[in-house]
Design a protein around this ligand. Structure first.
Ligand code: AMP
Length: 193
């Protein structure tokens, strides 16, 4: 009888060549408990960056995602957003625009202050970094409460640029940072629910 035959499960993923198989991002990122203070599980991306193959795969996927999207610039958030953002801008052959902590950018800036878990922070963008009609992707390593990315997006929009997408390597889903970003499209390579 047919039902007595051993089932042969043909999963197409078994036949996917290794170079096209999705990489497990979280296995490349080091979790450091209680840094910088008790209770925080810090996602340390330096282990991924130090792995040339893993970093290269992230950059390949990033470039594939935004090539042909008609972007005029990449916006990266200090400091780990600079690493992925600058490499992406170079791959796409477009400019890189840094969002920095207050007091670091030398020319005329616009700024936004936002709430942190304890206290507040201010970030800045050069006033002439973007113009109306620019279309950008905003890059950071991690989406936690969403305050940093929301403030960054608000600065980009204040200059008249439009946001094609927000990209993060990791999203801490349980913090609901996505909600703070409203209708702006967000792509996370890995989500910790
Ligand atoms: P938030 O404004 O709460 O979304 O925080 C985002 C910023 O803080 C990002 O630039 C992250 O680099 C950093 N961050 C927040 N929480 C973590 C965490 N658990 N591990 C690593 N970085 C974090």
């Amino acid at each position: 009888m047919l039902s007595n035959l051993p089932s042969i499960h043909l999963d197409h993923r078994e036949f996917t060549p290794s170079e096209t198989r999705p990489m497990d991002i979280l296995s490349k990122v080091r979790n450091v408990p209680d840094f910088p203070k008790p209770g925080i599980q810090f996602k340390d991306i330096t282990t991924l960056l130090a792995d040339g193959e893993a970093f290269g795969k992230v950059m390949d996927d990033l470039a594939d995602r935004y090539r042909g999207a008609g972007l005029s610039a990449v916006v990266g958030i200090e400091s780990r957003g600079f690493i992925f953002g600058a490499a992406l801008a170079d791959r796409l052959g477009i400019g890189f625009v840094p969002v920095r902590k207050k007091g670091k950018l030398p020319a005329d800036t616009i700024e936004k202050t936002y709430a942190l878990e304890y206290g507040e922070a201010t970030i800045e963008l050069h006033r002439d970094a973007l113009v109306k009609g620019d279309r950008v992707v905003v890059i950071d390593d991690l989406l936690a409460t969403g305050g940093t990315l929301e403030a960054s997006c608000a600065l980009v929009e204040e200059l008249g640029a439009s946001i094609h997408e927000v990209w993060v390597l990791i999203e801490l889903g349980f913090l609901k940072g996505r909600d703070k970003l409203g209708s702006r499209p967000i792509h996370a390579e890995a989500i910790i629910p």
